[in-house]
Structure formats: structure tokens, C-alpha cells
Design a binder for this molecule. Structure first.
Ligand SMILES: Cc1cc2nc3c(=O)[nH]c(=O)nc-3n(C[C@H](O)[C@H](O)[C@H](O)COP(=O)(O)OP(=O)(O)OC[C@H]3O[C@@H](n4cnc5c(N)ncnc54)[C@H](O)[C@@H]3O)c2cc1C
Length: 670
């Protein structure tokens, strides 16, 4: 048994449902990471001696040995007793899970852990990620030849302590779209600006997951809020989707839809803001994000363009839907895939290489300390950091986390002008339908057409002032012995996902996956985001979300489901249209029931700190009302929710914020 060169080091095991894995004298437990300070989290020393990965818990002296050949786990307790297990029972809150070596990983020398529910009839698997202390990347598994070499030491993680004597012009919380939009634009105006980014997560992927990683990590979503009891009991919408707590945030996982709202769709937005966005910033944002329309995508596989004749034919065919009442337009989908490799845009590549940007990872900010007028200090999971006198603080951490931070930091008694924070809430509800028709019935294609082609269309509509849109991703394929190629191309290049189960390669088919998004009524005062009444020791997750659909929402939902089926009907003039029925995983001519197509989780939460000139939480210069140096970005600012996908708009506004700050500070110094 040869001891590898693998050095002793401390590591943390992270499961993205929140918990860290650690031991105590009672056995193997899961602790909620967010309730512990960084020094109290479970630290392990690790050695590798074929076939054993030996983890020693530094606080309890308990030793765990993972045998990668026999896939079993030995526990040596702190009094020296040894026991052997196939899996270990671990606890997250009130739920018990089993921890084991991943059975599907065949490489002998690799440590890959996973959690699964004790109930053996479920297939759900929760990966465990591994982070080394002092290193900013997390890993899904460790290889025996993983060594802390010079290169890694150079990328050693910075802590707040390392930078405590430095001063920064801008401190930005978050590292996703709004962060990059702001930083990119401020650097255009002031190339010497010194910028600090505080990010709660570590680095995992270096580009969008569709291309960057053969097996994207599941269960990395984090919902750092509670849902009010009445909302959790709703039939229809029970929550909104969560955060991706990693470097790059949701830019690593998004689908790339990039519509630009029209004047009509921006009804209710301040006039001056609308004009600035339309005259300048929408274009700048689209350029930064590499937005092009699907008919211009030049991605190739097997010597064929992926978006080509089929894209054109699909658009021609569905132009007919303009006859459906309330539909406004049929567009080739605008997608953020206009770079050389047609990779969906993510912020990681840009932010990693900006010279004047310092990033501190693993640094959740939980409170802004102020002097009654301006922010002076930040409290974080790593301790506190002072803001220098002229520093400006930019909250680029997405809607609900930013609102939680503001509510925890600026009380209504001290800042009555912020009484409306969280009193407005919008989001988009979603229905998803997948349909198919025989390929030759739908579209005449040239003989030399590619075996697999994709298409994507964006179709907005407005029903009595309430907005909705359809986003369609489609694949056209010819029959083949092997569905892997079809699936591989869909996975890599399609905007919405098209699941492998739907692909029947034994015949030529066109499959269309359509998500229809509609706006939650911004005037509905029942929808709110407030702090929970009871004491909560984690200030990043003590917000409470209430959503109650009203009549307008219900009517819009019915309308948009109706329109979706009408649009699908235009795919075929014969009686050969079939729908995917999720509940029994099969194709049928009947329409799927609404409980199969309606998602009970909303997306694109927004409007909690909307921007405007009177009585709004945020002023037109993006400043939090009454606070000199705190600026808001993202969906939180939206006066109304619309239905369009948010990224172009939030990036445009973050760029506008950068110019506004720069112009205002120049004019005040003159
Ligand atoms: C699967 C999926 C598909 C999507 N598809 C589309 C699409 O096609 N088109 C579109 O327009 N939108 C899409 N979206 C939505 C879009 O991704 C989000 O609207 C967008 O990412 C919001 O950007 P942001 O910069 O505001 O925040 P986020 O991307 O949420 O990033 C916030 C960052 O802040 C960090 N952070 C949070 N709290 C703290 C804290 N307390 N301290 C320090 N750091 C913190 C987070 O770790 C994260 O890195 C999609 C989202 C998902 C999940």
C-alpha cells in the first residue's frame, strides 16, 4: 500500500442543498453550513493510500476510510472502534440521507461521493462537492494525482484578511450578469477603477455548463428564503426558483434567451429610463452578451450548420400564428450564442481576467453597517470589512438576496423612505408543452439536409395589458440507430432543453419544446417579500415570500395555455400532432392536462425595490433612497414584471448605472 504524494490538507464537503458534512461523537452528521462561521465548519485532513482515501476529522479525531475498490466505508471512532458500511446514514434537518461512494465512478483512484434518500425506490442522487481550504475551486471528485502544485498555490484563495488594508472605489456583491455589466462599463469609463467583488460561492465551472462540463452538477440550486405557509399550500405557485451559489451565479446555467422589450412592453417604466435603455443600453448589453438571432448562429456539427434551413422553415410555418388574437410578433429567437463556439455566454471568463478586479470567494455578505447616511462597513461570513470613504457599494446579488440584505440592514424606523422595500413582487409563471410531428409532414427539406437541425423562435403577446410569451426550441431529425447524436446536439445547442426520453430515433420527427411565460400582476399587493417575524440566526436567509395569484393571473394563465395549444396546432395540417405526457412518459394525441404542463415554481423574481421618482425604494440614479453610496441592480428594480426574459434588460440597466455614477461623480467634482 503506497502512500501517495497527496499532502495533508483540510477540506470541506458541500452539498448544495446547504449542508456541510461533518462528524461528532454520535456518528456522521450533516450540519447547516450557513449557521456556522467559516472557522467552525468541518475540516478534514486527507491522505490517499491505494485503495483508501482516509479522511480524519480534525476536531473529533474520527477517521473515515473510503475504499474505492470495494466501494465501502470504514469508520474508526475516536475510541478506536472500527466498523464497515456500504453507506452511512447522515442527517439534514429532519431528513435522513445515505452517503456512499458513487457506484458509477469506475476509476479506481478517484474519490466521488454522493447522497441518496434512504428510500431505495427513488432515483434521486445528490452529489457531494469537495472544497479544499485556501483554494477557490470546488471539485466533484478528487483524483489521486491531485497535488497542490505551484500553479494551484498561485491561485490561492484570497480572504478578507488578505485585503483588509486595501481600498477600493467600488465593492460589488455577486459575480453574475449585473456584476459584469456594471464592472465592464465602469472600466470603459475609468480603466483605473479599483473593484472588489465579494461572492458567496466558489468556482466550479469555467464556462457555461452545456459546454464546460460533461456531467453538469445537479442540485446546486439554493433557495435562501422561506415561503409563507399560505403560499406553500397554494395549488398553483408555491415558490420561485433559487440561486446558483457559485462564481458566475446563474449565468452558468441560463438558457440564453435575450429578447429586448418594446415600448409597449415597458409600459409603467419611468420615461427617462426607458429612453436611455432604448437609445443606448439595450444595444450595449446585447453586444456584451454576444446576442444574435437563431438564424445567424453558425454552430456546425458533422459539417452541417445546426441552425439552418429548418430554422427558416419553422419561422415561415409559424408566421401563421400572427392570426391568433393577442400575439404580437414571431421572431427568430435572440440568443446569447454569438461567440465563435456558439457557447452560451457566462460571466466567469470575463471576470476572471480583469486586472483591476479582486475577487474574494466564499464570502456571503449578511449585513451593511451604516452611519445613518451611508454604508461604512460590511459584515460577511469571513468577518467584517470597512468601506473606504468614497467607495460605492453595488448590490449585484439578484432580487431576493439583495432585498434580504437591505431589509436586514436599513430599518424602517431609521429609513422611513424605504418602507416600500419588498411590498411589490413580480415573477413569471411558466407552462411547458412538448409536441411532435413526422418531419416530412411539417417541412419540406432538401435531400442533403443535415440529420439533425435545430430551430428557436420567440413569440410575444399581450392580453388586456398582461404580457406573456412563448419560447420554442425545436429539433428536426432523420431516423437513426442511435439517439445519442440527436441528444448530444440538443444538449449542446438548443435553447430550451429537449429531454432524451422524448427522442424516438426510429422515425423522422420534429420535436418542439415550448415554454410559455406570463407575468404575475405587479398591482397585486398580496405578493410581498418581508423579513420573517421570528429570530433567525442566518441573516442571508430570513426573508419570507408570499405569492397569491389573483383573477388577472388566473385568466392570463388559462389564456396562455390556450394560445400554446393553438400555436402547436399550426405545426401540422394533418391529424398527426402528438403531445408528450410527462406523467406516463409517453406520446399521445390528447392534450396533456394542466397539472402536467403548469410549473408550480415561478421564475424571474423581480420588483421588490423598484426604481422611480416618487415613493419608490430606489431613485432614478439607482441609489437606495436615503443612503448615499448603496446602488441596486437586477430584477429588483423593475417597476413592472412584463414577461420577457430578464438578462438583456438587467445588464443594460447595470451598464446605465455605471455611466450614471461616473457622470454624476465627474459633475460633482467640477
Ligand atoms: C436554468 C435557468 C435558465 C435561465 N434562462 C434564462 C434565459 O434564457 N434568459 C434570461 O434572460 N434569463 C434566464 N434565467 C434567469 C437569469 O439567469 C437570471 O435572471 C440572472 O442570472 C440574474 O442575474 P443576477 O446578476 O441578478 O444574479 P444571479 O445570476 O442570481 O447571481 C447572483 C450572484 O450573487 C451571489 N450572491 C447572492 N447572495 C450573496 C451574498 N449574500 N453575498 C455574496 N454573494 C451573494 C450569488 O452566489 C451569485 O453568484 C435563467 C435562470 C436559470 C436558473
Amino acid at each position: 500500500m503506497k502512500l501517495s504524494k497527496f499532502p495533508l490538507m483540510s477540506l470541506r464537503c458541500i452539498n448544495f442543498s446547504g449542508p456541510l458534512i461533518s462528524t461528532d461523537q454520535d456518528g456522521f452528521n450533516l450540519e447547516l453550513g450557513s449557521t456556522k462561521s467559516i472557522n467552525a465548519t468541518a475540516l478534514w485532513a486527507i491522505t490517499y493510500a491505494d485503495p483508501l482515501w482516509i479522511l480524519t476529522n480534525q476536531s473529533s479525531l474520527m477517521c473515515l476510510a473510503f475504499n474505492v475498490k470495494d466501494k465501502c466505508i470504514c469508520i474508526k471512532s475516536n475510541i478506536g472502534e472500527i466498523s464497515v458500511h456500504q453507506s452511512l446514514k447522515v442527517k439534514i434537518d429532519d431528513q435522513y440521507l445515505q452517503l456512499r461512494l458513487s457506484p458509477n465512478v469506475t476509476a479506481d483512484h478517484k474519490l466521488t461521493l454522493e447522497l441518496f434518500p434512504s428510500n431505495e425506490y427513488t432515483n434521486e442522487i445528490f452529489p457531494v462537492f469537495i472544497a479544499f481550504e485556501g483554494y477557490h475551486k470546488i471539485l466533484r471528485s478528487i483524483e489521486s494525482d491531485f497535488i497542490f502544485n505551484d500553479q494551484m498555490m498561485n491561485s490561492k484563495i484570497l480572504t478578507l484578511n488578505d485585503i483588509k488594508d486595501k481600498s477600493y472605489d467600488y465593492v460589488v456583491i455577486g459575480s453574475s450578469f449585473c456584476s459584469l455589466g456594471f464592472i465592464h462599463q465602469i472600466c470603459q469609463r475609468d480603466p483605473n477603477a479599483k473593484i472588489l467583488v465579494l461572492e458567496r460561492g466558489l468556482q466550479y465551472l469555467s464556462e457555461h455548463h452545456q459546454h464546460g462540463c460533461s456531467s453538469p452538477p445537479k442540485h446546486v440550486e439554493l433557495r435562501s428564503w422561506t415561503v409563507a405557509t399560505a403560499t406553500a399550500q397554494n395549488e398553483s405557485i408555491k415558490n420561485v426558483y433559487g440561486q446558483i451559489p457559485l462564481f458566475g451565479g446563474r449565468s452558468l446555467y441560463w438558457s440564453g434567451w435575450c429578447p429586448t422589450p418594446s415600448t409597449e412592453q415597458l409600459a409603467g417604466w419611468p420615461e427617462s429610463l426607458k429612453i436611455s435603455l432604448q437609445e443606448k443600453y439595450f444595444d450595449l448589453a446585447k453586444e456584451l452578451l454576444n446576442v444574435i438571432t437563431a438564424d445567424q448562429i453558425r454552430a456546425r456539427e458533422n459539417d452541417h450548420l445546426i441552425y439552418n434551413n429548418f430554422q427558416t422553415s419553422l419561422k415561415q410555418r409559424l408566421n401563421e400564428v400572427m392570426s391568433i388574437d393577442t400575439i404580437k410578433e414571431v421572431q427568430h429567437a435572440p440568443l446569447a450564442m454569438g461567440n465563435d463556439r456558439s457557447i452560451k455566454f457566462s460571466t466567469v471568463e470575463n471576470l476572471s481576467y480583469m486586472k483591476n478586479v479582486t475577487i474574494v470567494f466564499d464570502c456571503a455578505v449578511n449585513k451593511i453597517v451604516h452611519d445613518g447616511h451611508k454604508a461604512t462597513r460590511l459584515q460577511t461570513r469571513q468577518g467584517s470589512i470597512s468601506l473606504s470613504n468614497n467607495a460605492k457599494l453595488i448590490l449585484a446579488m439578484s432580487t431576493l438576496p439583495a432585498t434580504t440584505l437591505v431589509l436586514n440592514s436599513f430599518s424602517e424606523t431609521e429609513f422611513p423612505q424605504l418602507a416600500n422595500v419588498g411590498k411589490r413582487f413580480t415573477a413569471h409563471f411558466v407552462s411547458s408543452v412538448t409536441a411532435r410531428v413526422p418531419r416530412h409532414h411539417l417541412l419540406p427539406l432538401p435531400n442533403d439536409a443535415a440529420g439533425v437541425e435545430l430551430g428557436a423562435l420567440y413569440i410575444p403577446g399581450i392580453k388586456e395589458g398582461a404580457q406573456y410569451h412563448l419560447q420554442l426550441s425545436a429539433v428536426a431529425y432523420t431516423k437513426t440507430n442511435n439517439d445519442d447524436n440527436i441528444h448530444k446536439i440538443c444538449k449542446k445547442y438548443s435553447a430550451n432543453s429537449i429531454s432524451k426520453e422524448c427522442i424516438d430515433p426510429s422515425q423522422d420527427f420534429v420535436i418542439v419544446s415550448c415554454s410559455t411565460l406570463g407575468e404575475l400582476d405587479h398591482k397585486n399587493k398580496n405578493n410581498q417579500f418581508n423579513l420573517m417575524n421570528n429570530d433567525h440566526d442566518d441573516l442571508t436567509s430570513n426573508g419570507e415570500l408570499t405569492i397569491q395569484l389573483n383573477e388577472q393571473d388566473e385568466q392570463l394563465r388559462n389564456w396562455m395555455d390556450n394560445v400554446t395549444f393553438k400555436v402547436m396546432n399550426k405545426l401540422s395540417s394533418n391529424d398527426d400532432l402528438e403531445y408528450w405526457h410527462e406523467n406516463n412518459q409517453t406520446w399521445k394525441k390528447d392534450l396533456p392536462s394542466s397539472d402536467q404542463i403548469r410549473k408550480n415554481c415561478a421564475v424571474h423574481d423581480a420588483s421588490t425595490m423598484w426604481i422611480g421618482d416618487i415613493d419608490t425604494p430606489v431613485q432614478l440614479d439607482y441609489r437606495l433612497r436615503g443612503v448615499d453610496n448603496v446602488y441596486i441592480t437586477g430584477g429588483a428594480l423593475w417597476p413592472t414584471g412584463g414577461s420577457w426574459n430578464p438578462v438583456v434588460t438587467i445588464v443594460a440597466m447595470a451598464m446605465h448605472l455605471a455611466d450614471t455614477i461616473h457622470d454624476n461623480s465627474n459633475s460633482s467634482s467640477q
